[in-house]
Ligand binder design. Structure first.
Ligand SMILES: [Zn+2]
Length: 346
């Protein structure tokens, strides 16, 4: 079996990670103390427990409370730097951090300043750690479409500063996908990749609508496409990847357990699968835990784990030269292991 150390040595990219959700727990607690914010017990010592009982609304409320500890430019710099350090330790060479600037605008000044702060912090973190840090600006689907269109235009203006994608997040059951088509057209026309969430709280038809209306490059989650073979075929035909976040799905009750997360059904239907962590802070599981789940709950051998890592690289926005080098390094990683899945040399 591939060891935990070998999983960390596997070169990869992380394409579905929310800014607040990427915070270290000790940083959350420290920043709350610094700013005199009292956190609910759920966010102090009982984190990542029974989310499925609490449901989405409670999860979202706690996420918003956690975001409330991020008050200053220095907080954001610290957070993104620590995220880059943690990604590096997980073998990740490239991270696309998802953030909804309107959620931070009041504390950081305004929405434009917020984007500038994120971009500067991402660049500084990349300089310090060597990990490529880029941003996905995500609209909140519980807000009106004009706000999404405003954010798409803003995201487009900051491409040179590190914004690579445009997303759509929050409660999938709220709002109509087609109402966000214009925002996504603005983003795509500007050269951003479209990476909306879908197929998490709603089923395969939500994935189909998202595919048809928003022309995504990847879908955040998308796992419930597995409920309909025709939707999986459509994803495969359009070459759209699913960002599968197993620990998040299990925590939020999308699936009963890790065994039910449809990694193999998606891959066998030709859908590219990219593993990601979503919100390690709240679910208690980072990027490596997702690879470990593929290994432990789905019996993924070394060659299959390498395939997941390759997909994360191929569906990322990393520069071609870096992509080629990472492919070479994934191949080298695999040659150190025989294809039965046992580690050869470690
Ligand atoms: Zn997400």
């Amino acid at each position: 079996m591939v060891s935990d150390e070998a999983l960390a040595a596997l070169p990869k990219a992380h394409l579905h990670l929310h800014l607040t959700g990427g915070m270290r727990h000790e940083t959350l607690v420290e920043l709350a103390a610094t700013h005199g914010i009292r956190l609910p017990e759920r966010l102090t010592d009982e984190i990542a427990d029974d989310w499925r009982v609490l449901g989405w609304a409670r999860f979202q409320r706690l996420y918003d409370l956690a975001r409330g500890v991020l008050r200053t430019r220095a907080d954001i710099e610290r957070l993104i730097n620590e995220i880059a350090e943690d990604e590096k330790a997980a073998g990740s060479r490239w991270v696309e951090l998802q953030v909804t600037p309107t959620g931070y605008a009041v504390r950081l000044g305004d929405v434009v300043t917020a984007v500038e702060v994120f971009c500067a912090a991402a660049e500084a973190a990349q300089r310090r750690t060597g990990v490529g840090v880029r941003l996905v600006v995500a609209a909140n689907r519980t807000r009106p479409p004009w706000e999404a269109e405003m954010l798409a235009r803003l995201a487009a203006r900051y491409q040179d500063a590190g914004v690579v994608g445009f997303g759509l997040s929050n409660d999938e059951r709220v709002g109509r996908v087609e109402d966000f088509a214009k925002a996504f057209r603005i983003a795509r026309d500007a050269g951003l990749v479209a990476v909306p969430h879908a197929g998490e709280l709603l089923g395969a038809s939500s994935v189909r609508r998202t595919l048809e209306e928003l022309a995504p490059r990847r879908i955040g989650h998308g796992v419930r496409a597995a409920e309909d073979v025709t939707v999986m075929s459509a994803l495969a035909a359009a070459d759209v990847a699913c960002e599968v976040c197993p620990a998040s799905n299990v925590a939020l009750g999308v699936f009963e357990g890790h065994e039910e997360v449809p990694l193999r059904p998606l891959e066998e239907a030709g859908v590219p699968v990219v593993l990601a962590a979503d919100d390690p802070l709240l679910f208690g599981a980072g990027l490596l835990d997702q690879y470990a789940a593929a290994r432990d709950s789905h019996g993924y051998a070394a060659s299959e784990l390498a395939r997941l890592a390759r997909a994360s690289v191929d569906y990322s926005t990393m520069p071609d030269e870096m992509r080629a080098q990472t492919h070479t390094d994934i191949d080298s990683w695999l040659t150190l292991r025989d294809d039965s899945g046992r580690d050869g040399l470690d």
